[in-house]
Design a protein around this ligand. Sequence first.
Ligand code: SF4
Length: 204
Amino acid sequence: MELLPLSYINQFAYCPRRFWYMAVQGEMVENKHVVRGVINHERVHSEGYETSAAGVVVRRAVQVYSHSLGVSGVCDIVEEDTAGELTPVEYKQGRRGQWQNDHAQLCAQALCLEEMTGRTILRGCLFYFGDRRREEVLFDGALRAATIGLIAAMHASIALGEIPPHTSQRARCRGCSLAEVCLPAETELLLAVGGGQWIAGSRQ
Ligand code: SF4
């Protein structure tokens, strides 16, 4: 199975069409949010490790993968406490949003670590640069099932070979760096005048 980047889980959860543009067509448009995210991630993506005063080993830029799920990527940080419990930590641009896509990406990192180490991982953490808050995320059954479902849907989308339709949640388009490639407003206009057959992925 092809290994898809872990970061695409977040993109797919946000909008399957955005995922398609990035994963299949290799599209990426940089806006201020994207550039700021890259710069912030560079700060935590230099490989290495250190041990805190409390004995917690903090490893940075840890490569992870799952052949059973078909994903791979890099954990910003994996902490290991003195009891051997692993905690992945993901750094995120901005403030905590209302959507749970960051949780799924973090949970996928945990699933990879579990497959690689044979250890059960109970929780992880999200750190948002915007509000400098660290949020604990429990990897319960519901989150695990949702994450596995998203990964399966990503692979199914690629296997289907069709660009997904525009998201019905148009508020998401306002913050999407690929709006100028995707043209959601122009598409709506075209549909209004009966030109839906000219739109890739439109099933309306
Ligand atoms: S502009 Fe909207 S529909 Fe298009 S990829 Fe972005 S979020 Fe999805």
